[in-house]
Design a protein around this ligand. Structure first.
Ligand SMILES: O=C(CO)COP(=O)(O)O
Length: 127
């Protein structure tokens, strides 16, 4: 791998177990990445796998999604993996939409579920 891959990992509460399992199943690749996560997601990832290097921003509802959006706008994130909960209304839904929008605006790979996230990392492992 020529340069460290800068990956943002975010999960809504109902999807946090999926995120921890995803990180465990891809630990060999993720240990080579610079990971940025929203606060609670990042804490759970670190607790489950202390070998991973996780930079934590604020919790999503307190501005963390916007902080990650700003990193994308500044060119500091290579891909976004965001396990969204499609069944629960979110008080910070506008922030969630804004984060997804910036990933599209800046044309970075964005996975909203495990199946697509697996494809992003599979592509990364072949590069
Ligand atoms: O709410 C989130 C994304 O919208 C995630 O934030 P936490 O990781 O702090 O729970």
């Amino acid at each position: 791998m020529s340069q460290r891959f800068r990956l943002a990992l975010v999960a809504h509460d109902a999807k946090k177990d999926d995120m921890v399992a995803f990180c465990a199943s891809h630990a060999n690749l993720l240990v080579e990445c610079d990971i940025t996560s929203t606060g609670t997601t990042g804490s759970l990832i670190e607790a489950a796998n202390p070998a991973l290097c996780v930079h934590k921003v604020k919790s999503g509802p307190l501005g963390g999604d916007q902080q990650i959006g700003a990193l994308i706008a500044e060119g500091n994130i290579d891909a976004l993996i965001f396990f969204v909960d499609p069944l629960t209304p979110m008080p910070h839904d506008v922030d969630v939409k804004a984060l997804m929008r910036l990933a599209v605006v800046y044309d970075i790979p964005m996975a909203l579920n495990v199946a697509t996230a697996d494809l992003i990392l599979a592509g990364r492992s072949q590069s």
